[in-house]
Design a protein around this ligand. Structure first.
Ligand code: ZN
Length: 183
């Protein structure tokens, strides 16, 4: 396994429409290796999610966290060719988001709070489920990456975009503060 280099804001790989993965290739060595390397890279940088274009692979594959198992341990979903349906456009959740491709920054973004997700998992099986709250935000943030969209594009009030240290010092991050996790 290897830790991959993370593309930063300004690199064109973050701004392109990513290619779908042939479902038959999911269990093959190339995709499986990319999944392992992305996991390792995300863990190294304390991410709560990571999309393939962030490691210079413009394909529709992502890892998204924010959920926990029965013992409270964080869990992650690997999603390939994901499709999102917003369940209630008026029910929105705002928080200060971060991104491994925009290191050290935080910005306030509001997104739909509940979504339905349809995707292939790492075993090549199709899954369909709903997400609410923080995991729904993480999933939407990661799916955006597959379309070349970054959270900074979704900040409506640029006075709420800041370096992490200043955000923690001057902004009210209580309630929607999820620690050091970046996506
Ligand atoms: Zn991100």
């Amino acid at each position: 396994m290897s830790i991959l280099k993370v593309a930063r804001l300004g690199h064109p790989v973050l701004r392109q429409e990513c290619q779908a993965i042939d479902p038959k290739a999911i269990t093959g060595p190339e995709v499986q290796r990319l999944i392992r390397d992305m996991y390792e890279t995300m863990a190294e940088y304390n991410g709560v999610g990571l999309a393939a274009p962030q490691v210079h692979h413009p394909v529709r594959l992502l890892i998204a966290g924010g959920e926990a198992d029965d013992e409270g341990r964080p869990t992650f979903r690997i999603m390939i060719n994901p499709e999102i349906t917003v369940l209630d456009e008026d029910d929105r959740l705002g928080m200060y988001e971060g991104c491994l491709s925009v290191p050290g920054m935080r910005g306030w973004v509001e997104r739909p709070a509940s979504i339905q997700v349809k995707a292939f998992n790492e075993k090549g099986q199709q899954e369909e489920f709903t997400l609410e709250g923080f995991p729904a935000v993480v999933m939407q943030h990661e799916c955006d990456h597959l379309d070349g969209v970054l959270y900074v594009d979704r900040i409506e009030d640029m006075t709420r975009f800041a370096y992490e240290e200043e955000a923690e010092r001057y902004f009210d991050m209580t309630g929607e503060d999820f620690g050091d996790e970046e996506e």
